[in-house]
Design a protein around this ligand. Structure first.
Ligand SMILES: [Zn+2]
Length: 340
């Protein structure tokens, strides 16, 4: 489709204007993004080398609801890291009453530093969970449906701003398959989470980030890898659709926003030849790799985490899409404050 210079110019300014509006709304609401990342100084090789993310859904959900209800004053990452340190990472011991007890103290004015003094493993869990969950809650500006015959409206909010990878209205099913054995190529473990669904289902970016890798891989088939803005999370989406894997025009190096359509569910992979359906059951394989040091990214010690509980949490927030020609697009825009 040919577009006149005028139309392109207008579109450009529409996008610019939206972003300016978003930035303005973020500020007006007093929600200017505050960097929550503490600066850690430490010896060169002391970065985290192993993370088991086994927080159950019930705990994730309860801590998140509490964080959102108080506008981020009590961080769900602190709450969860405190309990993990208390349990020695054994979440099988989790009781909701334990979370109530710590939340009561934190809301009562005690601070997390005082509360965790002497808890040897708290700093580790704080950093590990911070890497997994950092950025998923925060300030954002959301486009909302307008009244009958009116333009969409925008509103500033604080809450869950990451999306389920599967667009609104599309069915999928899953189970906890992290670590299950796989045999194609060589005996190995399943380092991700599979969402069984139908071919062509629009797949959206879980969080805002940069397209780091796109193209064919013998295992993942058509796959795309997106790095979070803080560089700590690498989201990997694989087995995308034969012939039409990615959203038209998407390129390596592009910025994508949480909830944006990036590709389509398929069954490609398990083939050294490109564009081959080598997977029996259509599904999205998605994975989350944590990167504490760039040396880890492609190594023998990559840190992939179990996404089962997080997927259930994200299923409560899905991106509505519409179709135009062969492509699907998000219906309502959303901009993370502090990222424009
Ligand atoms: Zn998989």
């Amino acid at each position: 489709m040919e577009m006149s210079v005028g139309v392109v110019f207008l579109l450009f300014w529409t996008v610019r204007a939206r972003r300016l509006l978003a930035a303005g709304l973020c500020l007006l609401a007093g929600l200017a993004a505050v960097s929550v990342c503490a600066v850690h100084s430490r010896a060169a090789d002391s970065y985290i080398k192993y993370v088991e993310f086994n927080v159950p859904y019930a705990a994730l959900h309860k801590a998140m609801e509490d964080d959102i209800s108080c506008g981020g004053k009590v961080s769900w990452i602190d709450t969860l890291a405190y309990l993990a340190a208390k349990y020695g990472g054994e979440w099988g011991r989790y009781k909701a009453a334990d979370m109530d007890a710590v939340l009561e103290k934190l809301h009562g004015g005690e601070d997390i530093a005082g509360l965790t003094r002497g808890m040897k493993y708290f700093p580790y869990f704080r950093e590990a969970y911070g890497a997994v969950l950092g950025g998923l809650l925060g300030d954002y500006v959301q486009e909302l449906p307008g009244e009958e015959g009116e333009e969409p409206a925008w509103t500033a909010r604080y809450g869950l701003r990451a999306y389920s990878p599967v667009a609104e209205g599309y069915y999928y099913n899953d189970f906890d398959d992290f670590g299950a054995s796989r045999s194609y190529g060589f005996a190995r473990q399943h380092m991700g989470h599979d969402l069984m669904g139908s071919v062509g289902t629009p797949i959206v970016a879980v969080e805002t980030g940069t397209v780091e890798v796109m193209g064919w891989n013998q295992y993942g088939g058509w796959r795309i890898g997106i790095r979070s803005l803080d560089q700590k999370r690498y989201w990997y989406y694989a087995h995308l659709r034969k012939d039409h894997p990615f959203q038209e025009g998407l390129r390596e190096g592009d910025r994508v926003t949480a909830g944006q359509v990036i590709g389509y569910l398929g069954q490609t992979g398990y083939s050294s030849k490109e564009n081959v359906n080598g997977i029996e059951t259509p599904h999205l394989h998605y994975g989350l790799e944590l990167v504490f040091d760039e040396k880890q990214k492609e190594s023998n010690n990559e840190i992939w985490v179990d996404l089962y509980a997080l997927t259930r949490l994200l299923s409560e927030h899905r991106s509505t899409v519409y179709r135009e020609g062969k492509e699907y697009y998000r219906m309502y825009d959303m901009i993370w404050c502090g990222t424009e």
